[in-house]
Design a protein around this ligand. Structure first.
Ligand SMILES: Nc1ncnc2c1ncn2[C@@H]1O[C@H](COP(=O)(O)OP(=O)(O)OP(=O)(O)O)[C@@H](O)[C@H]1O
Ligand SMILES: [Mg+2]
Length: 256
């Protein structure tokens, strides 16, 4: 059984059909890419899967259960984590505290228990600090754990977002333009990091990205959206040679 199945997914904003009849089946441990021009509907697909938008039509099944229209925090608890195209870190918190935020969906302590520092909270806090530090090591940020998150350069902020997503304990990771703003060296490091994380955390990865070198190298399969509609799907090799994709998107990327 596929880990995630999406059928006939459609999202309308007033008269605009942002995503039209989108289908997807993700098998466990795959790395699948979603590409297409600006405004094609890629982030909208993520927002529906992750519970930020309720689809106008269509079904989303995760590990066999329907999740379409459920709240984001419930979907996170079920095992789907995401990063954001526009980085969303808590600017007033340190690097490690940003990762600890990710743990909050997993702990049992109540707000009152935390405020009064009940024994359960103290145990859970210890677990969160140790776990967060371990995740920072995984993404190569252990040296900057106590710095303010916004003092980090852009590439490191993107990796911090990944660490925070991992803190929620996902099986499926959705990455929205993880290489955006990175230089070629950082992008290559990110590629290796994602492969390592897949192995270490037994992850399935669905990612959006405009960096075609990165996408073609890391993804086993690709889907191409244009004006909300899937115009192609296949292996990177098939997509690179698809005339319709070249016309709608790749030609433009290659000219840029
Ligand atoms: N909340 C919303 N309300 C109205 N329109 C929206 C909303 N979210 C997205 N859209 C519109 O839906 C279309 C698809 O947007 P989306 O952000 O999914 O594109 P994208 O493929 O992620 O593009 P990019 O590569 O620029 O990030 C766009 O026309 C966008 O303006
Ligand atoms: Mg987007």
């Amino acid at each position: 059984m596929a880990l995630l199945t999406v059928e006939h997914l459609t999202m309308k904003f007033g008269g605009l059909v942002a995503v039209n009849d989108f289908d997807l089946a993700l098998e466990k441990n795959e790395i699948v890419g979603l590409i297409g021009p600006n405004g094609a509907g890629k982030t909208t697909v993520f927002n529906m899967i992750a519970g930020y938008y309720t689809p106008t039509e269509g079904a989303i099944r995760y590990q066999g259960s329907s999740i379409a229209g459920q709240k984001a925090n419930r979907i996170t608890k079920a095992g789907i984590a995401r990063t954001f195209q526009n980085i969303r870190l808590f600017s007033e918190l340190s690097v490690i505290e940003n990762v600890m935020i990710g743990y909050h969906c997993r702990i049992r302590s109540t707000f009152l228990g935390a405020t009064l520092r009940f024994p359960l909270y103290r145990r859970e806090e210890k677990m969160m600090v140790e776990g967060a530090m371990q995740l920072l090591k995984e993404v190569g940020l252990e040296d900057v754990a106590r710095e303010m998150s916004t003092s980090l350069p852009y590439g490191k902020q993107r990796r911090l977002e990944i660490a925070r997503a991992l803190a929620t304990g996902p099986q499926l990771l959705l990455l929205d333009e993880p290489a955006a703003g990175m230089n070629p060296n950082e992008t290559q490091d990110l590629l290796q990091l994602i492969l390592k994380l897949r192995k270490d955390f037994d992850l399935t990865v669905f990612l959006i990205e405009h960096d075609m070198k990165f996408v073609m190298e890391i993804c086993e399969r690709l889907k191409v959206l244009d004006y909300g509609t899937t115009i192609a799907e296949g292996t990177p090799h098939e997509i690179q040679n698809n005339p319709r994709v070249i016309e709608a998107y790749l030609g433009e990327v290659q000219r840029a």
